[in-house]
Design a protein around this ligand. Structure first.
Ligand code: ADE
Length: 987
């Protein structure tokens, strides 16, 4: 039987293909595993012929210890098998895993009554191993039955099934124990016994290490375990885990984080590599050193700045190292009689920082020895010149006839670090043209219906002898339309040619060798009375009838005066130069303003070379030094060079040449430009130095403009300028055009390509020559009526019926504005000329270029009104641009910010044309409070819109009537501002 069984068991073991060694369980500590005992097991059997110990060898020649018993035919079986002594180690609760096969009694014939299908498992606590065995000492753990036994298959074959049963025992208190298997008559093969206890295995969680932990005996109780932070980590919250009875870690609490210079990787804290840093403890990764910084060692907490780069004290370690900014660029200024506006472009290199500010230092130089001293506190800056965030500042209350040097410094958070010297952009400005009025109050001595005698007091101590006075006057009703001027060497004048019973506004300025003073305050007088009272604010005329005697004397004086002036005029006319006589033949019916030179069309000369002699100086060619060719004109090359004038500094010039083999007509056309240019004298019109006509080549010499033509200059510097700088350029062009229109000259080809730019960004109108200009202009094309016209720049009436006027120049000016604001974009892009004409006719207008302030686009749209009389004049354009420059905040609203804009000029509602505090106060006749507003920090219309009567009182307006007038105007203004904010800005 034993033999038979052995055969069967061996077969069975192979048949079920058991690999008795099992994979390791990480949360089990094995106390005994019969499959891994290589030598004798040392187990005992009672009686000795009960259980049978069989040791087979596996393929790797390792023993397989099995125990079998199968006394199923004999009754009253009680066979014990006792294990060797098993050390408890740290275990309290112990698990016994049995793997066995058990034959079902039905499968064995004739055994009913004796055959069993269970066996019993027992244990005995014992401090040490011993040899005696008393079954009664053992405590029963359980009766074990098979879940699976032999089973019959369809083909009648029997298949052996392996059972795995686990039983628990404990708590065991002694240092060891025995197991015992009691067979009571079954057929069993015990293939392996594994005894183990459970533990929570050592682990790393949340950057903390937790040791092996044995669970509590009571399965519901968890063991709380504190972890220890791994190397280079630090505790945030005490790291804890709970060990469950099953050996599982539960409920992680608290954590450790990697220290400065270390980052987490696979549960450990590893040092940051060179080139990386970590400035704070925390579970974040090491970061690459920010730009312009480095770390050469491992575990860096910070990257060091490269040479010349710094971190400001408040800069976090993650920011790039930065450096002080480069110099502010393109410093320019605009000056009027009372204020000087400095503008500059931000430095090309802001040093990599955003905290750029500017400081403006002022020195006044002058007097003997040209010593320069810091400006006194009299010179006021608005806003204050330190820590400026915008690129402009207004300078007020400077002294006339002095040289000021302004140093503009760009500063950022690392300026002054590393001890580098401060760098400043300098500009020296002479205030010859500005300064206080040298003229006292203007009085009317007498007036007739058409003339008026005025006088004023000479300044007591003018800084230089007064050469003459200029009296400027205009009809009050037509203030914006035109003005006249006249000169006198004495502090009085008789102004003639006035309309009767008409209110005129007068103001006077003095001219010294240093230039003009500012104008005296404006004063109003009416013609046709003999009363020297000034017209009151409200325009009421105080007429005091003079006595009859007075009237008679006046009549005598007047008769004498008329006789004298009549003779004088005859005399003056007879002495007039021919070109002055020609001034009576006005271009386009231009009516000249008295005192302003009218442009003379060279074509009115019978001999055109006479025109050249009248208006252009002949230059000796030996004074001209040609340096290089800079372009090609229709008549020949354009060169740059230098012009020497005895007793003067050599100056750079541009030289237009007439190439050889020209016809007489070409020579005349070529020199026509000089005849025109020579008549102009304005800082925004290209200056003619002279001509060479008496030798070959014939040349026209003009001032040199370093930056060439405006269109290519803008394209080259796309996006480089501030809006204020662009507006400054536009202002220059408008000023030049105002001058031209005042002289009666119509340009006809105003376009960015015909504007030249110098190195201070001053723009000057060039390319004069009427029809010749258009012949020469590649943009000009023939219209159906045969004229050659630059369609995209030209007003519809000029295209349709050649109605060229200053108003058509204004249209072109609008296009130039668009070119400037779009940095030289082609107007109407690639649309054909025909499409441009059609779309203009249908009311389409160029949209605002990107980034264009709404106020500027609105101004353009105004210039493009179909009805030319509704277009602004150059005078209006200039004063509007001046207001924008004085109030840069009005340029902040970009077209992109506003959604409902008028699409064509016809949609524009009427709005007042003032946008500065000064203009607003002027409009309500409260100009005397300008300084109060500025001193209290109210510089924009926006800023005053919330003022109430208390605020007005607080800034020093003490008269109740004035307070009321100001507040009520603010209320109206507030509504307008709201409307502007909602609907966009309109002029
Ligand atoms: N191109 C044509 N005229 C010029 C001038 N005056 N200065 C510079 N470039 C020019």
């Amino acid at each position: 039987m034993g033999y038979k069984l052995r055969i069967y068991l061996s077969f069975a073991l192979m048949g079920i293909g058991i690999t008795l060694s099992e994979p390791e369980h990480p949360n089990q500590v094995v106390l005994l595993d019969t499959t891994s005992v290589l030598g004798e097991l040392g187990w005992m059997t009672y009686p000795v012929n009960g259980w049978d110990a069989i040791t087979e060898m596996d393929e790797q020649n390792r023993p397989i210890h099995t125990f079998q018993v199968c006394h199923v035919m004999e009754p009253n079986q009680n066979n014990w098998l006792r294990s060797s002594w098993i050390a408890r180690q740290a275990a309290e609760r112990i698990y016994v895993e049995l793997r066995f096969t058990l034959r079902d009694c039905n499968s064995i014939p004739w055994v009913s009554g004796t055959c069993k299908e269970t066996f019993n498992l027992h244990y005995l606590e014992s401090e040490e191993s011993h040899n005696h065995f008393r079954p009664a000492d053992y405590a029963k753990i359980d009766t074990v039955a098979a879940d699976e036994s032999f089973t019959q298959t369809d083909v009648g074959e029997r298949v052996l099934r392996l059972n795995t049963e686990v039983r628990e025992l404990g708590p065991v208190r002694t240092s060891g124990f025995y197991l015992a298997f009691q067979d009571v008559g079954a057929c069993i093969a015990l293939l392996s016994v594994r005894v183990y206890y459970k533990k929570c295995p050592s682990t790393l969680r949340n950057l903390a290490a937790f040791p092996d932990t044995v669970p509590r005996v009571h399965s519901s109780a968890l063991v709380e375990v504190r972890g220890a932070c791994v190397q280079n980590a630090e505790e945030r919250d005490t790291p804890r885990l709970y060990c469950s009875a099953d050996g599982d870690w539960l409920v992680p609490l608290g954590r450790c984080v990697c220290s400065v210079g270390y980052e987490e990787s696979d549960g450990l804290c590893l040092a940051c590599k060179p080139g990386f840093y970590k400035a704070f403890a925390g579970n974040i990764k090491c970061s690459k050193c920010p730009p312009h910084s480095y770390s050469y060692t491992e575990a860096s907490a910070l990257c060091h700045c490269e040479k010349g780069y710094y971190r400001a004290t408040k800069d976090p370690p993650s920011t790039a190292c930065t450096r002080p900014p480069s110099l502010p660029r393109n410093v320019v200024y605009i000056m009027n009689e009372t204020a000087l506006f400095l503008h500059w472009a931000p430095p090309s290199d802001a040093g990599g920082r955003k905290d750029l500010t500017y400081n403006v230092l002022c020195h006044r130089c002058g007097g003997a020895g040209q010593v320069c001293q810091p400006c006194t506190s009299d010179v006021r800056f608005v806003p204050p010149p330190v820590g400026l965030t915008r690129t402009s500042v207004a300078v007020l209350d400077f002294v006339a006839n002095a040289n000021y040097t302004f140093q503009i410094e760009a500063v950022n958070g690392v300026s002054g670090m590393g001890g580098a010297a401060r760098q400043m952009a300098n500009i020296t400005i002479s205030t010859e043209q500005a300064g206080p009025s040298l003229v006292g109050t203007v009085k009317k001595d007498w007036s007739t219906q058409n003339s008026m005698a005025l006088s004023w007091q000479e300044a007591e101590q003018p800084h230089a002898p007064i050469l003459d006075y200029e009296i400027k006057y205009y009809e009050k009703e037509h203030e914006q339309l035109s003005y006249s001027s006249t000169r006198t060497k004495v502090p009085s004048a008789i102004v003639t040619g006035l309309k009767s019973s008409t209110v005129y506004v007068f103001h006077v300025r003095a001219r010294t060798a240093a230039g003009y003073s500012s104008y005296s305050p404006k004063i109003e007088f009416i013609t046709g009375d003999d009363d020297s009272e000034e017209v009151s604010d409200q325009g009421q005329v105080l007429v005091i009838v003079t006595a009859a005697v007075g009237g008679f004397s006046l009549l005598v004086i007047l008769t004498l005066f008329l006789l004298i002036t009549g003779r004088c005029q005859w005399y003056i006319k007879s002495k007039m130069k021919p070109q002055d006589k020609r001034r009576t033949q006005y271009q386009n019916g231009h009516v000249p303003f008295p005192g302003i030179k009218t442009y003379v069309d060279p074509d009115t000369y019978e001999d055109p070379s006479q025109a050249v002699h009248d208006f252009a100086k002949e230059i000796d060619p030996s004074r001209i030094h040609i340096e290089r060719v800079i372009g090609a004109g229709e008549f020949g090359e354009v060169c740059s060079g230098r012009l020497r004038t005895p007793g003067k500094k050599e100056i750079p010039v541009a030289i237009k040449t007439l190439k050889g083999g020209y016809t007489e007509r070409q020579r005349r056309d070529f020199l026509r430009e000089a005849s025109i240019m020579g008549q102009f004298d304005n800082p925004n019109i290209i200056r003619l130095e002279g001509v060479v006509t008496k030798s070959r080549p014939v040349m026209i010499v003009v001032e040199y403009m370093e930056n060439g033509s405006l269109d290519s200059f803008l394209r080259k510097h796309d996006g480089h300028f501030t809006v204020i700088q662009l507006v400054g350029m536009l202002r220059g062009i408008a000023s030049g055009m105002m001058y031209l229109s005042d002289t009666g000259y119509v340009h006809r080809d105003l376009a960015a390509r015909n504007i030249l730019v110098d190195d201070n960004l001053v723009c000057k109108v060039s390319d004069f020559g009427l029809s010749r200009v258009l012949e020469d202009d590649p943009e000009a094309s023939y219209t159906t009526t045969g004229g050659k016209i630059p369609i995209r720049w030209t007003a519809p009436e000029a295209i349709q019926y050649r109605k060229f006027t200053s108003a058509s120049d204004v249209w072109s000016y609008g296009i130039v504005m668009w070119e400037v604001m779009s940095y030289g974009e082609r107007p109407y892009w690639e649309m054909s000329n025909q499409d441009v004409i059609l779309s203009i006719e249908e009311g389409y207008r160029l949209p605002a270029p990107m980034g264009c302030p709404i106020a500027l686009h609105q101004l353009m749209v105004h210039c493009w009104q179909k009805e030319r009389s509704r277009r602004p004049r150059f005078h209006d354009l200039l004063s509007f641009l001046d207001q924008l420059i004085r109030n840069p905040s009005s340029l902040l609203t970009l077209v992109e910010d506003v959604h409902s804009l008028p699409e064509s000029p016809e949609d524009l509602p009427d709005y007042p044309l003032f946008i500065s505090i000064g203009d607003w106060l002027d409009s309500i006749k409260m100009s005397q409070y300008k300084n109060n507003f500025i001193a209290a920090g109210y510089t924009t219309l926006d800023s005053i819109s919330t003022m109430n009567i208390d605020d007005v009182r607080r800034i020093g307006v003490s008269l109740i009537g004035h307070q009321r007038r100001i507040v009520s105007s603010i209320q109206t203004l507030r509504l307008q501002i709201m409307h502007i904010q909602q609907n966009g800005f309109h002029v």
